[in-house]
Design a protein around this ligand. Structure first.
Ligand code: ADP
Length: 166
């Protein structure tokens, strides 16, 4: 496959925390687009487990040394941020049906706001189909192991959290 060198893709999300399902999408997106900007949302509606700075730091550590991949925090509308950095594409990952309805609405609204920006969906790799940051937070919260599902930087950071009481 020939990469679209001139195209910057924005991959936005909460990444609270980043997991291997996210990393898989980032690496695959980079195979298609010249530059991938991973955009960490500061305005996370739900109560975040990690601060924006921590989420950015863990992503940067996970992506260290990978050419053409940047990590940045942003606030406000995703599509406005995409336009402000000259991204032609917004990449989103799709898991099962439950992602579809939300993503359809979001893509339609973003198209209305910035018709020149395309949303491109990448299907999850089957081994990550069940993986979500929510699940990582829940399992960790009860002291369960999420080893092998998250990058080393997140594993190290989770290990420093206070242990749940028995
Ligand atoms: P948000 O908070 O915007 O839902 P997340 O941080 O949970 O975002 O995820 C960012 C993006 O990664 C979204 O497009 C989401 O659908 C996608 N994603 C999350 N988990 C997976 C996974 N296991 N496989 C593929 N894509 C995923």
């Amino acid at each position: 496959m020939k990469r679209s060198e001139g195209v910057t893709a924005l991959y936005p999300g909460s990444f609270d925390p980043v997991h291997n399902g996210h990393l898989d999408i980032i690496v695959r997106a980079r195979r298609v687009f010249g530059r991938v900007v991973v955009a960490v949302a500061t305005n996370v509606g739900k109560q975040a487990m990690f601060s924006t700075e921590d989420r950015v730091e863990m992503l940067r550590a996970a992506m260290a040394g990978q050419e053409g991949i940047d990590v940045q925090a942003f606030e406000g509308l995703t599509v406005e941020f995409a336009a402000s950095i000259g991204a032609g594409v917004i990449v989103r990952g799709l898991r099962a049906n439950e992602d579809f309805e939300f993503e359809l609405k979001m893509a339609a609204m973003n198209k209305r706001l910035h018709p020149e920006i395309e949303t491109v969906f990448m299907m999850t790799s089957p081994e990550y189909a069940y993986l979500s940051s929510t699940l990582i937070r829940e399992v960790t919260g009860f002291g369960g192991s999420v080893a092998g599902l998250i990058p080393a930087a997140v594993e190290a950071r989770l290990a420093r959290l206070p242990k749940p009481r028995p």
